[in-house]
Design a protein around this ligand. Structure first.
Ligand SMILES: Nc1ncnc2c1ncn2[C@@H]1O[C@H](COP(=O)(O)OP(=O)(O)OP(=O)(O)O)[C@@H](O)[C@H]1O
Length: 232
């Protein structure tokens, strides 16, 4: 199996500037790899560092040490030491991130929020909107809502718009932060199907999932992040 992403001894501490520069170690020695078509779920108790690891991989948190090698357009790039411009390029073509909450641009219709990643990759507007509509329908978003901005949608509706936006484009690596947290059983099932389809397309996924049923269904492997706990 091709390793799409490989972490080697990645580590992270937070420096609390308002507390005299107090250093708070969170994770160290983070080492694992994820292959094409594989979904790895990060497990461990609250505060163990699951979200921090996901944010390190997406480049939101800078690593203090180690490597995060990403297969990007046939070449290996170490995201931990990459320039911000390179990180943005990786995000445009290789690394997708489905966060827990939708950060919608005000006044943009839900269907355009979902279609936007396809437009960014050069897909024509009509086709992008048609595919966005199909995905919104699968995720049970009523058609009357498609032309409205999602700011006033319910929590679960916003999360489904967010999922549609995260799954619509093909990213070889997809990071999923609690993608089913506010969903009912029917919509959780749709998300599990979407993950299965991504696996068939060879996408490497790293997920945080608290729901036991979803975790059992989607995880090819569990990684307990408590083994990366950094001593204070
Ligand atoms: N930006 C930050 N500044 C300071 N400390 C942080 C920051 N982000 C995370 N932490 C700390 O790092 C530790 C790990 O947090 P993280 O959110 O990664 O845990 P988690 O395993 O995802 O928890 P949960 O399951 O509750 O979401 C926590 O002690 C948290 O307070």
């Amino acid at each position: 199996m091709t390793a799409m992403i490989q972490l080697s001894n990645a580590q992270k501490s937070f420096v609390m500037h308002l507390q005299g520069g107090l250093r708070l170690p969170v994770v160290r020695g983070v080492s694992f790899e994820v292959g094409a078509g594989e979904c790895v779920v990060l497990a461990g108790p609250s505060g163990a560092g699951k979200s921090s690891i996901l944010k390190m991989i997406f480049g939101n948190y800078r690593c203090d040490g180690g490597r995060i090698d990403i297969l990007h357009r046939g070449a290996t790039i170490d995201l931990a030491s990459a320039e911000p411009r390179k990180v943005l390029e990786l995000r445009r073509f290789t690394l997708g991130y489905v966060s827990q909450f939708l950060r919608a641009v005000p006044r943009v219709a839900a269907i355009d929020v979902v279609a936007e990643p396809l437009l960014a990759n050069g897909v024509a507007k009509d086709e992008a909107r048609a595919r966005a509509g199909e995905l919104l329908k699968r995720l049970n978003i009523a058609e009357r809502l498609w032309t409205l901005p999602p700011a006033t949608f319910s929590g679960g509706e916003q999360q489904r718009v967010n999922i549609a936006r995260g799954f619509i484009a093909h990213f070889p690596i997809l990071l999923l932060d609690e993608p089913t947290a506010s969903l009912d059983a029917a919509n959780r099932a749709v998300v599990m199907d979407l993950v299965a389809e991504k696996k068939r397309d060879g996408v490497a996924m790293i997920a945080i999932v608290h729901d036991d049923e979803v975790r059992t269904r989607i995880a090819d492997r569990l990684i307990d992040v408590t083994s990366f706990a950094a001593a204070a």
